[in-house]
Design a protein around this ligand. Structure first.
Ligand SMILES: *Cc1c(COP(=O)(O)O)cnc(C)c1O
Length: 418
């Protein structure tokens, strides 16, 4: 089965007249479709907002598409906050979901009016000392153990460094109220990359029961339930998409049952999706530049791990299409490899593909989230450009490729690199 976003060979040839491979190519249309579908699925909640997880693709040309459609941003570091500020996000359009937060970052977030998501009880005194608590704050919950829906294990929150226990949530809420906090959000992230439509509704139940208990026992005012990220995309060609309408109505059902029935209403539902928003909307375009026949058949490409870490880091599968050979039989078994002096610099191992010729464009799919952004400079490799394919068919450079000058920029303290 072919991937939805598969740029044609003709388009890639046209782009190559302007920009050399490798580069990440993003589809504006795919991103718009995602935002619209998500907003529709949660339209029953008037305060609903998606806060795009900036770390997934911190590229203004990509984030702008979502910004225009009403999305906010979810940031976790100073530079991500600075990016949000430069792009004109302000106040409650920004979530600050950090952990082990360095000093100065809460102050910066508070100055922007961002909604701060507290990862731990000890952060309260830390924030008080740094800048004082805001009137609205979000608390990150970790229920511990295994997160099960029915008898299916969806995640292992007990092993995760994030969030607070139930007791700590109650203690934090009490303490915050004595220090002037008036309203609370609740947040949890319990499973990653799941296309199962019971995840968000199950997570919503956990958070809404907590909201109900905090309201009853401490008279907290809850303004937000933040379901964070975690909805996955089908990386494998035979996997199916998450059913966003079913997810939206499942959360709605939980909302009515656990909040409305208990006299709680007007609570905003929020999400901080990264992968789901842009993952499938991007691909890495690279060219076959070498072939090698030893104990295996290798195709060497001009991209490497520096452009896409996921296969090396997690053994993640990324589907590959050879441009112009979409309908040819996949009768050759290849390892598709980059140039790093690391044996895990492989985009695919034992992959069945059509016969590849030097100069063929390889489309490595689903790189629009946690792709370019995870890149690094190992082996003196430079990170690639990013290009946006617009709805009118034109394309635009939205981040240039790194140059040797960028690589040497932090050595300007040495006379020979000045
Ligand atoms: C990484 C992250 C997200 C986004 O996760 P995805 O799997 O890309 O949806 C959302 N919220 C927080 C706090 C995160 O750390």
């Amino acid at each position: 089965m072919s991937k939805k976003f598969t740029p044609s060979k003709m388009l890639l040839e046209k782009i190559s007249e302007h920009y050399p491979t490798p580069y990440h190519l993003y589809s504006e249309k795919e991103i718009i479709d995602r935002v619209c579908g998500l907003n529709r699925a949660f339209s029953w909640n008037s305060g609903y907002r998606e806060y795009y997880a900036v770390k997934a693709c911190p590229t203004p040309g990509v984030i702008r598409i979502m910004q225009r459609l009403g999305c906010g941003v979810d940031c976790a570091s100073l530079c991500e906050l600075m990016l949000a500020e430069k792009m004109g996000f302000k106040g409650d359009e920004i979530m600050f979901s950090s952990n082990e937060t360095p000093s100065g970052e809460f102050k910066y977030a508070k100055r922007l009016g961002a909604i701060i998501n507290l990862d731990d009880l000890t952060m309260i005194d830390y924030i008080v000392k740094e800048c004082g608590l805001p009137e609205k704050i979000c608390l990150r919950f970790n229920p511990g153990g295994e997160f099960k829906i029915g008898n299916m294990i969806m995640g292992n929150p007990g092993d995760a460094k994030f969030g607070m226990t139930r007791e700590q949530i109650f203690e934090s809420a009490k303490k915050c109220m004595t220090l002037g906090v008036k309203e609370f959000g609740l947040h949890a992230f319990l499973a990653s990359n799941t296309t199962d439509s019971s995840y968000y509704p199950g997570l919503a139940r956990v958070l809404m029961e907590l909201a109900r208990d905090l309201t009853c026992e401490l008279h907290c005012k809850i303004f937000m339930i933040n379901l964070s990220g975690g909805i996955g995309i089908p990386y494998l060609p035979n996997e199916s998409e998450a059913d966003i309408n079913e997810i939206g109505s499942g959360v709605c059902e939980a909302y009515n049952e656990l909040l409305v029935k208990n006299g709680i209403d007007g609570v905003r539902i929020c999400t901080e999706l990264g992968r789901y928003m842009t993952g499938s909307a991007g691909c890495l375009i690279t060219k076959a530049i070498h072939e090698k026949h030893t104990y295996k058949e290798y195709i060497g490409v001009d991209a490497c791990c520096a452009d896409l870490m996921r296969p090396a880091m997690y053994g993640a599968y990324h589907h590959i299409t050879v441009a112009g050979k979409e309908n040819e039989p996949t009768v050759h078994q290849y390892d598709i490899v980059g140039s790093l002096c690391e044996n895990n610099d492989k985009f695919a191992i034992d992959r069945m593909l059509p016969k590849i010729e030097i100069g063929d464009y390889l489309i490595i799919h689903d790189t629009g989230a946690h792709g370019h952004s995870m890149g690094y400079n190992y082996n003196g490799r430079l990170r690639s450009a990013e290009i946006l394919l617009k709805t009118d068919g034109s394309f635009e450079l939205i981040r240039r490729a790194e140059t040797p000058e960028d690589y040497f920029a932090t050595l300007d303290i040495c006379p020979e690199f000045k």
